[in-house]
Design a protein around this ligand. Structure first.
Ligand code: ZN
Length: 346
């Protein structure tokens, strides 16, 4: 027979076990996201807030469903990501994910941030308060917009505001990484376009550069890669958000958009490709060091080819006049006759 004391003790044991199971259900997703942080930081983005957010939730990988690539399951604080972003041999996000996959992860993190941390009472200018304020501004826009009325009532304005924020911020981060891949491509794969003399390679070393305005204007491929709309995180990216499969009409206000890109998740996105390029030249991490080495080698290779071409052109030119042997100056293409006309050194 079980006494009252035993019953209480059994009940307490159950409660203890139950609380343990709740705790283990809210495990920290940090380990799954270590490479995500590294990827964001590799180009100078700030991960302080994302790290804090992820420490409050659980990350898991699963096949996408028919309705969603990824999902923020707010009741259990569970961030479900597509299996394609996972490393093959470890349960963590791959470093080298594609732009659209980064978009998906950031989109879901926006939902998680709003549910878990964004608070009206958070300190002014904190990422928590900024996110709350941005979504509330959008919410107000939707609330007063007749296009969202159904039988005289607003439908889901806060959920729609959350989606708008997530779509736009995810799109902006997507854009930054697409811009990054264009900068890498121009600098490393297309070094032949801007290394015209061996000196160019020495002068540039491993500094990342952007194509000149003239090059962008005159080269359709460059225009495609570096058009104004193709990068600027504050004016492009996703400009439409969806809720239950339908586009959400929203007359975005410039300042709301600016706050959204600048402040939500506190990633501190570069505003344009010049800022992104400066970040690449300023950051110091193993990934960028590898890219700088690739860059150096690519430029060196082109410089060697250019030097060979110059030498071949030189040997094909008519035999030099023995009274006027080639000098370092006339190798650069200066007419020897012109040299004779210059005044002699004093
Ligand atoms: Zn969403």
């Amino acid at each position: 027979m079980i006494t009252f004391k035993q019953t209480v003790s059994v009940l307490l044991s159950f409660m203890f076990l139950f609380s343990l199971s709740i705790d283990s259900g809210q495990c920290d997703g940090t380990k799954e996201c270590t490479e995500l942080y590294r990827r964001l930081e590799s180009i100078g983005l700030n991960t302080r807030y994302v790290r804090k957010l992820v420490s409050h939730l659980e990350v898991e990988f699963a096949e996408p469903t028919s309705t969603a690539q990824a999902e923020w399951r707010y009741i259990v604080n569970n961030l479900r990501l597509p299996i394609e972003v996972k490393e093959e041999t470890a349960s963590r996000i791959k470093f080298d994910i594609k732009c659209y996959q980064m978009d998906t992860i950031i989109h879901e993190l926006c939902h998680a941030s709003l549910d878990m941390l964004a608070q009206k009472d958070s300190p002014l200018n904190s990422p928590e308060r900024n996110h709350y304020d941005v979504v509330n501004s959008i919410w107000a826009d939707l609330y007063f917009d007749d296009r969202h009325k159904f039988l005289g009532h607003q439908r889901y304005p806060r959920m729609k505001a959350d989606e708008i924020c997530a779509y736009y911020v995810g799109g902006a981060v997507n854009n930054v990484f697409a811009g990054l891949s264009n900068i890498l491509r121009f600098n490393i794969d297309l070094a032949i376009l801007y290394i015209k003399t061996p000196d160019d390679a020495d002068r540039l070393g491993s500094t990342f550069i952007l194509p000149s305005d003239e090059m962008i204007k005159n080269n359709s491929f460059m225009k495609f890669m570096f058009s104004a709309e193709g990068y600027d995180a504050h004016h492009a990216g996703n400009d439409t958000a969806y809720f239950q499969g339908k586009a959400i009409p929203w007359n975005e206000r410039e300042f709301v958009k600016r706050d959204m890109f600048d402040k939500v998740l506190d990633l501190r996105l570069p505003h344009n490709r010049q800022e992104l390029c400066s970040n690449l030249n300023a950051v110091d991490n193993s990934w960028i060091k590898g890219k700088r080495e690739e860059l150096l080698q690519a430029r060196k290779k082109v410089a060697e080819k250019v030097a060979k071409k110059l030498a071949a052109a030189q040997s094909e030119s008519p035999a030099p006049n023995p009274t006027n042997p080639p000098t370092a100056i006339n190798l650069l293409g200066v007419d020897p006759q012109l040299l004779n006309t210059l005044p002699a050194d004093q």
